[in-house]
Design a protein around this ligand. Sequence first.
Ligand code: DI6
Ligand code: FE
Length: 422
Amino acid sequence: MPPAPPADFLPARHPWDTLWVNAHLATMTAGAASPYGAIENGAVAAKDGRIAWVGPLADLPGRAEDLAASVQDAGGAWITPGLIDCHTHLVFGGERVTEFELRLTGASYSEISRAGGGIAHTVRATRAASDDTLYTLAARRLTALMAGGVTTVEIKSGYGLDLEHELRLLRVARRLGANFPITVHTTLLGAHALPPGVNDAPGRARYLDLVCDAMIPLAAAEDLADAVDVFCEGIAFTPEETARVFDAAQAQGLAVKLHADQLSDTGGAALAARYQALSADHLEYTSDDGLDAMAAAGTVAVLLPGAFHMLRETKLPPIAGMRARGIPMAIATDCNPGTSPALSLPLMMSLACTHFRLTPEEALAGCTRHAAQALGLGASKGQLAVGFDADLALWDITRPAELAYWLGGNACVGRVAGGRLD
Ligand code: DI6
Ligand code: FE
């Protein structure tokens, strides 16, 4: 054995991997004293993929070069938690441009759906596409979301609507998560619509059996789904059917969430709350009773201003009621070919402010801390705080409210996922 080298021959040990300096921070921590939990002239450090230090640059416990193996000059950028898109339908074939044109001439979303278009149209295109085609199309959409600062995304199935194709969509989503520097959470949405060609009561019952007795257990066994979702609506599934799907999900230990009260008040929000759902999403038609139940259960309200905008909806979700009850509000793209072909989460922040009158600070909380909560990730993502995942987005803006100001464009100048720079 050669003698050990003297200590001063050993390479310098840095406590941290990477340290960002020359930055302003919108930490978005819960209960922060300052708006946005802002720290001007701040610094943030990562070690092993987690945030190891965050605070004012002046409080750094030593010289930057001694503290981190890599010191990054953020160039005066604002750093926020990496954005979280907590509701997308990213994996689908084709598009729905013809339907878009039809709606512009006055046809409604429900009419098109009842006439066999809408979701059924995308189901046909999705089933016809190969795995690689679906992967490539979804990867392009994912790349666009990431360019806008997204470091965590939820991806639903829901355009397969049979056993083989629903599981296939979830596998594509898992493959995206394995190959891209982003956290992917997957959701089985087998109960998105009845499959094309199923239109009688026995067919309906058989399809629900398939979702509950085959899709959910198999998705759970293969670890393909982190949660189960249902479209509870007049043109989709009833509250009773939704409850059955939720029972099947919970029997497998899967979290539940709900497309609730988007086009009418079906009592979806209260149903979601009864099942301790992570989130209830859309909520344009939710009643005060539904809000009371959500507040008591701690269910997050996911607002989807892209769908509201695209459908020229006029019924606003009850934002004041949510605020009054302290219900956390998240914002997501709902990226889907029918009602929200949206590829920018910052644009959704802008729409949420303009259409729903959220404050820019509420909008940013909606894409960070509250979106993390909507995915059950509130303890590890969505805040710049020690111990949280080192998922960051860097922005060329003068102050955080500017994030919700631009309509398009892209102020994101850097992205860090799990401590790694893109
Ligand atoms: N609500 C929506 O806005 C999307 N799904 C849902 O349940 C729309 C899906 C589509 O039209 O393709
Ligand atoms: Fe949706």
